[in-house]
Design a protein around this ligand. Structure first.
Ligand SMILES: [Zn+2]
Ligand SMILES: [Zn+2]
Length: 457
């Protein structure tokens, strides 16, 4: 902003140098207000007031995550002259996921971040994993699958055994990096790629947080990002889990972890200004996605981004209105947290398949416009999971497993863009969740006849 003669709207003495939406601020007052937004989310958090646990700071190197890093660092710093030395936040760990295997542009990111950490935050532990590590034992439970493979064979379910075998065999053939590339190369649409990319990162952050003994994960979603996520996720059919996907404080999804978004009230422009004032802007690394530098129609996320930012240019209240609405959402009262989607880890509704059949329009040829419900894992290219029959329902008891049973609606829709090769290359954590649910289901079936129902005496 050019120097003006307009006084700051807060202190009324200094001349304003910053225009945020309709308000003029001087630099000091802007920083005060900006930091205040962060402080208010932390100090008002019910989870933090109950349990002062360790915090994992998810850091991509993008503007918002660097600002969050600095804000958290400043917030935890206790000035020697301060009488009340109450530390609200527990110790922090910075966590970066290296995506250079799938995004060439990110190959220097880790090095740059490590340099910044050494310079600015030498006392804060920094951990990093490569995205392909999601295939390693650390992020899976292979030993567990071995055990269940044996118990399942007793029931003679060949399809299931084949499925587990497939998942176990694939990593031996290729390196994790190749497997990751292979996975994304076999997904047709950018929207499905972006979704899976995000779900993998999220699942890894959850694992890393547990490994590091953290009780909190701080995500740096800005107000602008929240607004984009709110609209794009609604259009992708994630309405059921959206309060947990975008909320400032999600303490419902996991028993041992709280997901916090302390940057959810900051606009992208405010974050850029803060970074400039703190000398962080030179360290910012632009994030990459499949839709980056491509036309707006490349993916739903990219299209929504274009829509929101263009609208916000002419109507500067757009972002804050949408993101304020997002933060008012609460999970549905009947949400079943034990029913977790195997890919995105968020709770999902039961009986989605039946519901979808009711609302689906079918074409005269008998083809259906709905997502392919027959997609399953453990299928072979020659035979197909349904004995080569096209359009028929997949009988999971005879051949492979119908993956849709274990996915939320939105992930089911994405699955329709996965080729067989992509399904076979899904990370082991997905298999693990399916395996666990499958075992529970089998156990329930086995003991069912011994259970008394409520009306039986
Ligand atoms: Zn001022
Ligand atoms: Zn899902």
């Amino acid at each position: 902003m050019k120097p003006t003669k307009i006084p700051c709207c807060k202190c009324k003495t200094e001349l304003a140098t910053v225009l945020i939406r309709h308000a003029y601020y001087c630099k000091v007052c802007f920083t005060f207000v900006f930091v205040g937004k962060y402080r208010s989310i932390i100090t008002k958090s019910r989870s933090i007031s109950r349990n002062k646990g360790k915090v994992l700071l998810a850091c991509s190197g993008g503007p918002s995550s660097l600002a969050m890093l600095n804000l958290t660092h400043e917030f935890r710093r206790v000035e020697p002259h301060e009488k009340k030395k109450v530390q609200i936040l527990g110790p922090t760990v910075i966590c970066h996921l290296d995506e250079s295997t799938i995004f060439e542009e990110q190959k220097d990111t880790l090095g740059k971040l490590q340099k910044l950490m050494k310079e600015k935050y030498p006392d804060v532990p920094f951990v990093s994993n490569r995205l392909e590590d999601v295939f390693s034992d650390e992020f899976s439970d292979n030993h567990h699958i071995d055990k269940s493979l044996k118990s399942v064979t007793e029931f003679g379910n060949i399809g299931y055994e084949h499925y587990v075998q497939l998942i176990q065999e694939t990593p031996d053939k290729t390196s994790p990096a190749d497997r990751l590339k292979h996975l994304f190369a076999n997904i047709n649409k950018n929207t499905s790629k972006e979704d899976l990319h995000w779900h993998i990162k999220f699942a890894m952050l959850v694992s890393i947080a547990r490994r590091e003994g953290c009780s909190y994960i701080f995500m740096a979603d800005s107000s602008t990002r929240q607004a984009i996520k709110m609209i794009s996720m609604t259009s992708k059919g994630r309405g059921y889990s959206i309060p947990m996907d975008v909320g400032a404080e999600n303490n419902a999804s996991f028993k041992d972890l709280v997901i916090m978004r302390p940057m959810k009230d900051m606009l992208a422009k405010e974050i850029a200004l803060y970074n400039r004032y703190y000398g962080l802007d030179a360290h910012v690394i632009a994030p990459t996605q499949w839709g980056t530098r491509m036309a707006a129609k490349t993916s739903i996320d990219r299209l929504t981004e274009e829509f929101i930012t263009t609208l916000d240019r002419d109507f500067p209240s757009t972002v804050s209105t949408v993101s304020r609405t997002a933060s008012k959402l609460t999970p549905s009262s009947d949400v079943d947290l034990s029913r977790r989607c195997a890919i995105c880890l968020m709770p999902h509704q039961s009986k989605i398949n039946e519901w979808r059949k009711r609302i689906t329009v079918t074409t005269p040829q008998g083809g259906s416009l709905e997502p392919d419900v027959t997609k399953s894992c453990g299928t072979t290219e020659e035979g197909g999971c349904c004995g080569g029959g096209s359009g028929g329902g997949c009988d999971s008891s005879k051949s492979g497993i119908d993956m849709n049973e274990y996915l939320c609606y939105s992930c089911q829709v994405d699955l329709k863009d996965y080729k067989e090769a992509a399904i076979e290359s899904l990370p082991p954590y997905v298999t693990h969740i399916i395996d666990e649910k499958e075992r529970q289901e089998r156990l329930r079936e086995q003991i069912e006849e011994f259970l008394l129902s409520d009306d039986e005496e």
